[in-house]
Design a binder for this molecule. Structure first.
Ligand SMILES: [Zn+2]
Length: 141
């Protein structure tokens, strides 16, 4: 490490310094230093860009998987129907409905044919509308 004269202001500058601390004139290996310096911010920029793209991709992926979860919820709908029918049975104080099976009536939304039993042997058929909380004995035509 030696001291050299700054070519601009003749201030004593360490030869390991990139530029003169007095006037800022580049003294040691200015060509290499100026090449290295602009490269660094560019590298940081491309890393930031990559992170940004990754975040956007993650958000899009999450949005997609959320709608996928929605589809999954549709496939678990029978469990909800079971619960909805049980609620209607309870609120209508149906007796002899210790257990029940149900089938969705085709073409009818939230209309189900429900077979109730208290002993697992004798089954009574009802038509249940979960949306309007209604039970009618028998099967509607
Ligand atoms: Zn200088």
């Amino acid at each position: 490490m030696a001291l050299i004269d700054c070519p601009e202001c003749h201030h004593q500058v360490s030869d390991s310094a990139a530029s003169c601390p007095n006037c800022g004139h580049p003294v040691a290996e200015p060509a290499v230093k100026t090449v290295v310096r602009p490269n660094k911010p560019e590298g940081t920029k491309s890393v930031l860009k990559f992170i940004l793209i990754a975040i956007v991709a993650l958000i899009l992926f999450k949005a997609c998987s959320d709608s996928g979860t929605g589809t999954k919820a549709d496939t678990t709908a029978p469990v909800d129907v079971q619960y909805e029918i049980a609620k209607v049975i309870a609120s209508n104080k149906m007796s002899g409905c210790g257990e029940f099976t149900w089938t969705a009536n085709p073409g009818q939304s939230s209309e189900y044919t429900v077979k109730c039993s208290s002993d697992g042997t004798n089954w009574t058929t009802y038509t249940v509308w979960t949306k309007v909380d209604k039970i009618v004995p028998g099967v509607t035509p």
